[in-house]
Write a protein that binds this ligand. Structure first.
Ligand code: NAD
Ligand code: USQ
Length: 404
């Protein structure tokens, strides 16, 4: 298939592009490198030293003989997007190209507005461009499990059958997102559903849980193909942060009671899910929603698991409970359905199989790059305006592209 990966220089996008390329698909990567810029802006960097995209692509070509096309530009630039689609003629577009950090979106007014404009306008542009230029193309959009929040009922896959005043209907599942970022995904979902209805587009909204892991078959072929491992307070996800903390013997930063429960999946399952969805497209006019995660854990479950496994590796690990900087339920009911991807053939990897080699060992290998100042949360949901430190108040931190 001819598949465009919007956001292909990022964490999920890079692993997906390599995987789909290895399967023989013709791949185009689109990215404007904004994520590398936001890292620089905040003075943070991935634990793993990722290479510039041209170097990544050239190493991939040398190793496999497979080339990928790259288009450098902003999906919010409609003319850029139109010309890319005209030139590549995709059968599927996988849309990862958004600002994906909840804390980033909660720093202040500027970052909240930026997040929603970047995400909502990029997706709207994609809908208009596909409608005009490639109406049969399947849109595979990355949403998030966080769109649903934590209701006190089971979470269905996208839609809920309800009876109200004696009448029945099946309606979009109620959304209770917990950040301006998560809200941007809800807005996207509504726009995509509407475009499928009025223009007959085909789309799959993947409500993905928290992705973990660095190692995929393709990424581990060469150090130059290494993927991101974010552990800072803004872009670092909880498992990565706990593993980086364990690697240098800093207490694990559980926010509040730690009963916050989320869906998780291995990056190897992310790439496989995308493949399954591309190979089994939605029908014309169909808006599908799949919940894309494989296991659910509470934050405290994860901390205890890492403490146990890390101790077996002779790492000293304590658990701290910090005041929760977010506004979220610290204990709650959570039971989210996730059978549609298994029905298509997904065979999940379990955290217990990858915690050591894809997370803790990677954190230990690069532990001399860990900056413990990145562990304290600096973005408070309640503040509205956070004085988080930025690169202008720090030493230069641009070693991302310079280190071997
Ligand atoms: P990432 O930040 O590593 O990658 C996103 C990429 O998109 C970056 O390379 C960035 O430069 C690019 N990008 C952003 N805005 C762009 C624009 N306007 N034009 C062109 N390129 C742009 O993020 P990720 O972790 O790979 O997440 C990818 C997608 O998956 C996001 O939409 C995110 O919301 C979703 N998701 C991620 C996770 C996770 O745990 N990482 C979980 C659920 C959903
Ligand atoms: N948490 C801690 N300690 C930490 C960091 C986080 O207890 O040091 C807690 C948070 O308070 C939260 C939970 O861990 O309750 C998850 O936080 P996270 O930062 O790992 O994940 P989140 O903000 O939800 O966002 C991540 C990705 C986002 C994606 C989302 C999927 O950054 O792009 O959409 O996971 S989901 O959580 O299903 O919405």
């Amino acid at each position: 298939m001819r598949i465009v990966i919007l956001g292909g220089d990022g964490y999920c996008g890079w692993a997906t592009a390599l995987y789909l390329s290895s399967k023989g698909h013709s791949i185009a990567i689109v990215d404007n490198f904004s994520r590398r810029l936001w890292d620089f802006e905040l003075g943070v960097q991935t634990l793993t030293p990722i290479r510039p995209l041209p170097e990544r692509l050239s190493v991939w070509q040398q190793l496999t003989g497979r080339s990928m096309t790259s288009y450098v530009g902003d999906v919010c630039d409609f003319e850029f997007l139109r010309s890319m689609i005209t030139s590549f003629q995709p059968e599927a577009v996988v849309h990862f190209a958004e600002q994906r950090s909840a804390p980033y979106s909660m720093i202040d007014q500027k970052r909240a507005v930026f997040t929603q404009v970047n995400n909502v306008v990029g997706t709207l542009n994609l809908l208009f461009a596909i409608h005009e230029l490639a109406p049969d193309c399947h849109i595979v959009k990355l949403g998030t499990m966080g769109e649903y929040g934590t209701p006190n009922i089971d979470i269905e896959e996208g839609f809920l059958a309800i009876e109200h005043n004696g009448r029945r209907d099946t309606l979009p599942f109620p959304k209770q997102p917990g950040s301006f970022y998560h809200l941007s995904k809800v807005h996207d979902s509504h726009n995509i559903m509407f475009a499928c209805k009025v223009w007959g587009l085909r789309a799959t909204d993947l409500n993905q849980g928290v992705v973990y892991g660095t190692i995929t078959d393709e990424v581990q072929m060469d150090e130059a193909l290494i993927n991101r491992f974010d552990y800072d307070d803004v872009f670092g996800t909880v498992l990565n942060r706990f593993c980086a903390q364990a690697a240098i013997g800093t207490p694990l930063t559980v926010y509040g009671k730690g009963g916050q429960t989320r869906g998780f999946l291995d990056i190897r399952d992310t790439v496989r899910c995308i493949e399954l969805v591309c190979l089994n497209p939605a029908d014309r006019g169909e808006f599908r929603v799949f919940n894309q995660f494989t296991e659910q854990f509470s934050v405290l479950d994860l901390a205890k698991l890492i403490q146990m496994v890390a101790r077996e590796m002779d790492l000293k690990v304590e658990i701290d409970h910090l005041p929760d900087p977010r506004v979220e339920a610290e204990t709650h009911y959570y039971n989210a359905k996730h059978s549609k991807l298994s029905d298509l053939g997904l065979e999940p990897h379990l955290l217990s199989d990858s915690l050591v080699n894809s997370l803790i060992e990677v954190a230990v290998r690069y532990r001399n790059r860990i900056d413990p100042a990145m562990f304290a949360p600096q973005v408070n949901w309640r503040a509205g305006k956070n004085e988080r430190r930025t690169v202008s108040s720090m030493q230069p931190a641009l070693s991302i592209v310079e280190e071997p």
